[in-house]
Ligand binder design. Structure first.
Ligand code: FES
Length: 179
């Protein structure tokens, strides 16, 4: 078992790592908070770390790691700590994990502008609404069907509020009818 030095970026803190356990396990043992939802099964990508230097001192990517992260390590410099073992000195960045673990949900500030209504105000509002509901509706359309009954000679209203026009007989029509 070889021991190697791991430098944490940007704090510069160093920890000793062995070559048998994964980075995730050893970082957790060292008291670092690293997220891992799948428990090291290479299905969540939560345990991702960024390699700053010494990438050649890491074990090659496993099939599961490449399947999750893609074959773009040379661009992103990201590795899954649950799939990576260290064989030499490295510098890694785990600041993303520290940020997310230290952030606590902000306390909701209590509103100081909320004004409780007094009992008298509430009772007054209730009284007003009751009075309004008892008011007689305006004459124009209160029981309008009764007033329409007076006008029996007029043709019945059709949809669209239109009345059918009465047929206009011309004088010639009347003469023809008489014959
Ligand atoms: S812990 Fe889930 S992928 Fe590493």
């Amino acid at each position: 078992m070889t021991l190697s030095k791991c430098t944490l970026w940007p704090s510069g803190e160093t920890i000793e790592l062995n070559s048998e356990d994964t980075l995730l396990v050893q970082l957790k043992k060292a008291g670092k908070k690293i997220k891992s939802s799948c428990g090291g099964c290479a299905t969540c990508t939560d345990c991702m770390i960024v390699v700053k230097s010494g990438e050649l001192n890491l074990t090659p990517q496993t099939f599961e790691e490449v399947r999750l992260l893609g074959n773009v390590f040379h661009i992103t410099k990201e590795r899954l700590s649950c799939q990576t073992k260290v064989t030499g000195d490295v510098t890694i960045d785990i600041s993303a994990h520290e940020k997310s673990s230290s952030s606590t949900p902000a306390a909701v500030p209590k509103s100081t502008t909320t004004r409780l209504k007094k009992r008298e105000e509430i009772e007054k509002a209730v009284r007003e609404s009751e009075e309004k509901s008892q008011e007689k509706p305006s004459e124009t359309w209160y029981r309008h069907w009764e007033s329409e009954g007076e006008d029996k000679d007029r043709p019945k209203r059709l949809g669209g509020n239109k009345r059918p026009k009465p047929f206009n007989f011309t004088d010639s029509d009347k003469e023809n009818k008489d014959k």
